[in-house]
Ligand binder design. Sequence first.
Ligand SMILES: *Cc1c(COP(=O)(O)O)cnc(C)c1O
Length: 518
Amino acid sequence: MTDFRREASEILAELEAMRAVDAPTHGGRVLSYVYDSGLDELDELAADAARLVQPVNGLDPTTFTSVAAMEAGVVGFARRVLGGAGDDDIVGSVTSGGTESCLLAVKSARDLWRSVRAGSPRVPRIVAPVTVHAAFHKAAEYFGLELDLVPVDPVTGVVSAAAIEERLGDDVALVVVSAPSYPFAALDPVADVAAITGPRGIALHVDACIGGFALAFWPDELPAWNLSVPGVTSLSADLHKYGYAPKGVSVLLTRGRDRQRFQYFATTAWPGYPVVNPTLTGSKPAGPLAAAWAIVEALGEDGFTELTARAARATAALREVVEGIAGLRVVGAPTGPLFAVATDESAPAELRVDPHHWADAARAAGWHLQLQPGLTQADGTRLPHTTHLTVTPVTEDVVGELSEALVAAADAVRGEPAVDGQALVAGLAEALPGGADALAAASVDLDSESAAGLLRAFGLLGGAPAAGATAAGADGALPDRLAPVLALVGALPPQLTERLLVELLARVVEPPSASELG
Ligand SMILES: *Cc1c(COP(=O)(O)O)cnc(C)c1O
């Protein structure tokens, strides 16, 4: 028996100390990223289930047959509640998350498009509202499609079927709509779009990653949005969101076995084992699948209905609170347990509340809301910068406390104008060694050192913080105020921002350098 180099208890204590600094995953204080059912027993069950399959390799469900059984169970449940009850022609896969489900929906659509247009030199196109999740930007980049973004109504955040119809052509491999969209919780007109794409034989994906398992049990009547709509050819829904499973599990449902087979990769052209992969990964954990399966078995449709009702009540209560705050407004007519908040431009300037200052004030009081940048659409209309709230069942337990905090945060910042991104950039540029020219010269070709230098100058990476920005921890922890950071994101050229964000995320996970270890 080998001795461990360190005691297990000591290692776990160190991990617990690291976890203590994380944003709280439970209790409803973080209104994005985490989906808390509020049921400790459900979390325990999920952890026990994941532990039971810890050594299993999900790569081969013929060797590890538990994987096949659990996947069939989860896909069967998803099909039943997402509009495919009794329809054996709808098949599915469990994936590692929403992004993988979306990537695979695009890959299948591309390969089907290519199969019927052998030899076409054209680059296939994805048509989607500008609010479509960034996972589709990633899919277009990874798989070599063009992403054609359709402007949405700047007031409601909803895309019109007519606007999508205008963009259709023989090169369109896939249309994507959201149920609902992440930024504004807008429920796109699924049936109207399907009525256009269906007769043309164009694939239509419904991205229900965030909302699927909540809308399926939503207490109010909703327009048709799922696989019950005949022209919908695929749908994604994340179990690690409103399925309350630990991260790493989503489902992708596809109408038609033949369509779905384009998702697969298979090869025997190497001297190793024959490879057949329905998803992007090879070897993969069975833990998230087992956790999701156990949760579905435990909750059943009644349990999901009850949890969804809690989230729905909390959402309604919070929306009412926000609507009652002078200077703020809820964006559009959100559907499901999430919504976005913008400045009420109809209020006099001294009463307006900037949503990013509001989020920063709420954060200082221990409530983490998510800041979203604004965006100018292709038609020149402007989507406002907003603050996003994702509401989970546990939120109902803290809705009173949270409401008070939201009101107090608005009172604290009312009348304070939004951070002027252009002024901030100008100020920062002056403080740079090369002045404004240095910033103007910075491009996507920025090397790692120069990018890190800019981040340090902006106060976003360990080192001397510049005036106007905010002091970041030397370890790359988030600054106290995010409003100036988001204003920077909005004011710098997008490619430069993207390059700087890459540098920031890459530096955050770098091992400490020899000099720092001293
Ligand atoms: C979360 C989300 C995704 C991506 O899912 P991940 O699980 O984060 O990879 C895709 N679409 C929508 C609408 C989402 O909310």
